[in-house]
Design a protein around this ligand. Structure first.
Ligand code: NOS
Length: 321
């Protein structure tokens, strides 16, 4: 008998690598994308919603609902700068996108997450590709959410490696560290896929060439956006390849055997010089002091990845679209 199809909600701030992840998801027979929720991050939330609707129109999947998420961080109520230098000013590689025909649904992202998790207890995987505000709000608003949700796969954190917004912090955690700390300590089944993993997953120039010359509709579309993302990586990292952050997290949700993980407590620094720093405590040492890590639930933190297989799967799914 075929394995059961997983229901997935993608919480996202598209973003070029978000666009890749969304298209790979739509090409993945193991899962069903039951909704997209939007958040600020790579761009502000209104633009994330527009970009999500646009990508679904490109894909011919306007049947998938888009629920708009929070415009501000969970406690500070801050509206954040977007990362135009990474993804282009409007998130999708400086294309001139005409306004999508579709609209987001009436429910907010948080309402949609809570409703779907209670409709299908234990069955939903949330793949969180941006700051964790919507999910933290769901945890705060519905005491049952952390149990109802099946798994939360978080693209975020930098576990024992430098960050990408500064040496301490990875972008998604940095942009709402309080929300991230709420999610990591909620008791939900969380798998964190951080930069220690995604910096191993590099799409090369020759992969980009293959996308450009293929007949896959997603491959063709993406090969245009990728210029901006490649330029950014060349400037920032002196590489001629790009990190596939979001597609790696998505594929880890689709196929858990692509990563291995350790279990322990994760806390997030919410202020100061190291704001956004993610600290993993493996529980091997019993500390004499009562610490901020005591009596907190464990999460899973990805520690190895089959990077060639992630690239192969992503490429196949985009080329055959
Ligand atoms: O250098 C960067 N600065 C800010 N955001 C980035 C950078 N590179 C990628 N992303 C975006 O943030 C997440 C990974 O941290 C990814 O979701 C990607 O879209």
């Amino acid at each position: 008998m075929a394995a059961k199809i997983k229901k997935i909600i993608i919480d996202t701030d598209p973003g070029i690598d978000d666009a890749i992840a969304i298209f790979v998801a739509l090409q993945s027979p193991e899962i069903e994308v039951i909704g997209i929720t939007t958040i600020f991050g790579n761009v502000h939330t209104t633009l994330s919603t527009r970009n999500a609707l646009h990508l679904l129109e490109i894909a011919g999947r306007t049947d998938i609902p888009v629920a708009e998420g929070s415009h501000v961080t969970i406690t500070e109520g801050m509206k954040l700068q977007s990362s135009g230098y990474v993804h282009g000013t409007e998130g999708l590689g400086n294309q001139n996108i005409s306004p999508p025909k579709g609209k987001p649904i009436e429910q907010t992202a948080t309402e949609f997450l809570i409703q779907q998790a209670s409709l299908y207890p234990g069955k939903i995987t949330v793949v969180a590709l941006g700051p964790l505000t919507n999910i933290a709000l769901a945890i705060q608003l519905d005491p049952g959410f952390f149990k109802n949700v099946g798994q939360i796969v978080v693209l975020g954190g930098a576990f024992a490696v430098n960050g990408n917004v500064n040496p301490a912090a990875e972008a998604n955690i940095f942009k709402d560290p309080t929300a991230a700390d709420i999610v990591f300590t909620s008791g939900a089944d969380v798998l964190a896929v951080g930069l220690n993993i995604t910096h191993q997953v590099v799409l090369t120039d020759s992969d980009r060439g293959e996308l450009a010359k293929s007949n896959g509709k997603f491959a063709k579309y993406l090969s245009k956006l990728l210029d901006v993302y490649f330029d950014y990586h060349h400037t920032a990292y002196s590489t001629r390849g790009v990190f596939l952050h979001d597609p790696t997290a998505l594929l880890a949700a689709v196929n858990p055997s692509l990563v291995t993980y350790s279990e322990g407590v994760v806390r997030v620094q919410t202020v100061g010089l190291t704001k956004g720093l993610t600290i993993f405590y493996n529980k091997k040492k019993r500390y004499d002091e009562v610490t901020e890590w005591c009596a907190r639930p464990s999460v899973k933190v990805a520690v190895t990845v089959d990077a060639p297989k992630v690239i192969k799967l992503a490429m196949e799914r985009l080329v055959n679209s």
